[in-house]
Design a protein around this ligand. Structure first.
Ligand code: NAD
Length: 282
């Protein structure tokens, strides 16, 4: 991996949640390349260990931790271990998040008869599924911040980075809970930035647009490689006319964490989206 900009994170301890996943695994590797000691946190211990191993094999410093962003006591315990093994946290990337089928409608629009049909309409959304998605994204950002921002108090150069989404600007169809939760993340990013301003902790966010990854390949492309109707819609709404490559998020990540380049920036969420959030469609 080649880093797009120079941000020296030597000596910093970076805690990354959801770091066994596609995007935050890559973030963890980038932070290690920039010199940070990386705590790789994930509910799934195996994927966290794989990311930490990949980092150490490349000569970086990383340690994997099984962590649940929804369990405060577990996070306290993980914080104690990180403090002993890597040091106190300077950078927190709140990456754990996602949607759930139980909080997803089958169709984009309600149409006559859907109430009786064998599909999940708005009326069938499971409150437990909606709650799960809200909690994973919002409480899963709030709790790690409550735990790890304690390490940042009275210390210079600390940063928190949250992961929002295009859904925060205008909700995508079918996923009301995820959309609402990500809107809450963008709002919370501003709130935290103000709240921690006197401590000098900068708090910002990234709102990724549409990225083609192994995970969503089946949604976006047919087996013969031709684009699905969903891909057609995304392309029509993306002025730059293509999917993003995950690595294209790294410039924004390293810029926001750079205490020289972004020293006066706090409380913003940067869309990295090929123009999706700027385009009205007309
Ligand atoms: P991913 O599913 O690949 O990774 C998420 C990781 O979080 C997984 O490794 C999972 O095990 C972990 N996780 C789930 N529940 C957890 C919990 N309770 N505690 C700790 N870890 C938990 O997702 P991704 O695509 O890498 O997305 C990362 C972030 O970016 C998410 O917040 C997601 O909502 C956001 N996002 C992704 C995209 C995209 O295109 N992939 C776009 C916009 C926003």
């Amino acid at each position: 991996m080649k880093l797009p900009i120079n941000t020296d994170l030597s000596g910093k301890v970076a805690v990354v949640t959801g770091a066994g996943g596609v995007l935050c695994g890559m973030f963890a590797k980038a932070l290690a390349l920039a010199g940070a000691k990386v705590a790789v946190l994930d509910l799934n211990e195996e994927v966290a260990a794989e990311v930490a191993k990949a980092i150490t094999e490349e000569g970086g410093i990383a340690q994997a931790y099984k962590a649940n962003v929804l369990e405060k006591e577990n996070l306290e315990e993980v914080r104690r271990m990180i403090n002993q093994e890597l040091g106190s946290c300077d950078l927190l990337i709140n990456g754990a998040g996602g949607n759930n089928p139980k909080a997803t409608t089958t169709k984009e629009y309600y149409e006559t008869g859907d109430l009786e049909a064998d599909t999940i309409s708005f009326f069938d959304l499971d409150p437990a599924g909606v709650e799960f998605v809200f909690n994973l994204n919002f409480i899963g950002t709030l709790l790690p911040t409550q735990i790890f921002a304690k390490d940042m108090l009275g210390k210079a150069g600390c940063n928190i980075l949250n992961i929002s989404s295009m859904n925060a600007y205008t909700p995508l169809t079918k996923i009301p809970a995820y959309s609402g939760a990500k809107a809450a993340i963008s709002n919370f990013t501003q709130w935290l930035a103000v709240h921690f301003s006197k401590e000098g902790i900068r708090v910002n966010g990234i709102a990724p647009g549409f990225f083609s990854t192994k995970q969503n390949a089946k949604l976006l492309f047919n087996e013969d490689g031709t684009p699905t109707p969903r891909t057609g819609k995304i392309m029509a709404a993306t002025p730059l006319g293509r999917f993003g490559e995950s690595e294209e998020l790294l410039g924004t990540l390293l810029f926001l964490l750079n205490n020289e380049a972004a020293s006066f920036i706090t409380g913003i969420v940067i869309p990295v989206d090929g123009g999706f959030s700027a385009y009205s469609g007309v």
